[in-house]
Ligand binder design. Structure first.
Ligand code: GDP
Ligand code: MN
Length: 380
């Protein structure tokens, strides 16, 4: 689960990390009121879970009511890298001289958490990691002992952080590691940690992702889940209990089993199409589950056609086919063409049961995907 910046900053503030004063706002009037409470200059920041909001126009620094109004009008309701912005964080602006990167994640190649510090903060850290990996100082932490004071100091000094702020940055790193550990985070990142002219250290951005399987241990974080979903469709998928990832293409994909869905995604791409989503409906394909899955893909306005790839196992092909028929019959009008490929137990019986007035039936995965890609192209 990815937290929004404002949610992560709430967790940071509770842990004693230095974050700027801020207020969440959903309307232009709320932005102006918050800005006046905090005092200009403020930063108005889109609350969507993508990096590079700054470059994409989702962050604006403003000095007065008029500019605040303009920024709020521009950012609220905007489409930022495919995500709709309906909330902004109004935050006391920081007058910085330096931007650092500080983060903690799991290094799977070593099997240990790794604490990272770089003086090349503010910019795209993935680029830094690729082009100048030596600019990011990494220290592996033994989870049994936690981060030791000397390790935090080592990371900070080796990264080349100015000695006047080094101890404060080491404290930030230590607190972030402890949060990572305590909250079952998979990733925590502050980019940038801003350094001001009078050596103040401020966490200006916040990324915090939580291991969903550990959410039951953190009721306070679990409560943030609905808000954190960010994307309406992803929130809906959560309610339905589906594994769902929204993608940018126009061929809706439904399958049972993650590997099968990934294969379908790859094939759509292979045949020149572009997947609109990853949607794994899991074991069983009862009518209600199928209907919910169709509701998901039909709710995505980018979807031009749908391919169903179901492998019958314990849930037999004929049951799946009945489920698909029932689900489609429950729609007054089927908005997009649906192609079905069934395999596995009782697949042949299933294909005979499928109502071909409602769906196109294909017997191989290749032909099903090709057909769905064609249908999507026709809609373009
Ligand atoms: P991201 O682009 O989504 O990672 O959003 P960030 O919160 O990291 O902001 C991106 C950039 O916007 C920062 O690196 C700063 O250069 C600028 N920025 C954000 N907040 C402030 C602020 O309070 N003051 C100033 N001067 N710049 C800011
Ligand atoms: Mn950032």
């Amino acid at each position: 689960m990815k937290l929004h910046e404002y949610q992560a900053k709430g967790v940071f503030a509770d842990a004693g990390l230095p974050v700027p004063e801020s207020t969440l706002a959903e309307t232009t009037d709320e932005v102006v009121a918050a800005a006046n409470d905090i005092g200009y200059p403020v930063a108005v920041k889109a609350q969507v879970q993508v990096g590079g909001r700054g470059k994409a126009g989702g962050i604006k620094l403003v000095d007065n009511d008029e500019e605040a109004r303009e920024a709020a009008d521009a950012i609220l309701g905007m489409d930022l890298k495919g995500l709709h912005v309906d909330k902004v964080l109004v935050e006391s602006a920081v007058d910085f001289v330096n931007e650092l990167y500080v983060g903690v994640t799991m290094d799977r190649t070593v099997g240990k958490p790794v604490a990272m510090v770089s003086t090349q903060g503010g910019v795209n850290i993935e680029e830094v990691a690729e082009e100048t990996p030596e600019a990011i100082e990494r220290v592996h932490i033994d989870p049994a002992f936690g981060i030791q004071p000397y390790q935090a100091r080592e990371a900070v000094f080796e990264a080349g952080v100015d000695k006047d702020v080094a101890m404060d940055v080491a404290n930030v790193l230590t607190t972030l590691y402890n949060l990572w550990d305590e909250k079952d985070a998979t990733e925590i990142e502050v980019n940038p940690v801003m350094i001001t002219a009078d050596d103040e250290v401020v966490c200006a951005d916040a990324v915090m992702n939580i291991d969903e399987d550990a959410l039951f241990r953190h009721p306070d974080l679990a409560e943030m889940e609905d808000e954190a979903a960010g994307d309406e469709l992803e929130a809906k998928a959560n309610d339905y209990g589906f594994d769902y990832v929204r993608l940018s293409g126009n061929v809706g994909i439904i399958g049972n089993g993650a590997g099968l869905v990934m294969t379908t995604l790859d094939l759509v791409d292979y045949y020149g199409g572009s997947p609109a989503n990853f949607l794994d409906i899991g074991g069983g394909a009862k009518a209600e589950r199928v209907a919910n899955a169709l509701d998901m893909v039909f709710s995505d306005e980018n979807v031009d056609s749908v391919v169903f790839n179901i492998f019958g196992g314990i849930t037999r092909g004929d049951e799946v086919a009945k489920g698909i028929n029932e689900a489609l019959e429950s729609f007054d009008e089927i908005p997009k063409k649906v192609v079905v490929r069934l395999a596995g137990t009782n697949a042949e019986e299933g294909m005979e049961i499928l109502n071909t007035d409602l769906v196109t039936v294909e017997s191989t995965l290749d032909s099903a995907v090709q057909r769905a890609v064609e249908y999507a192209e026709e809609e373009q």
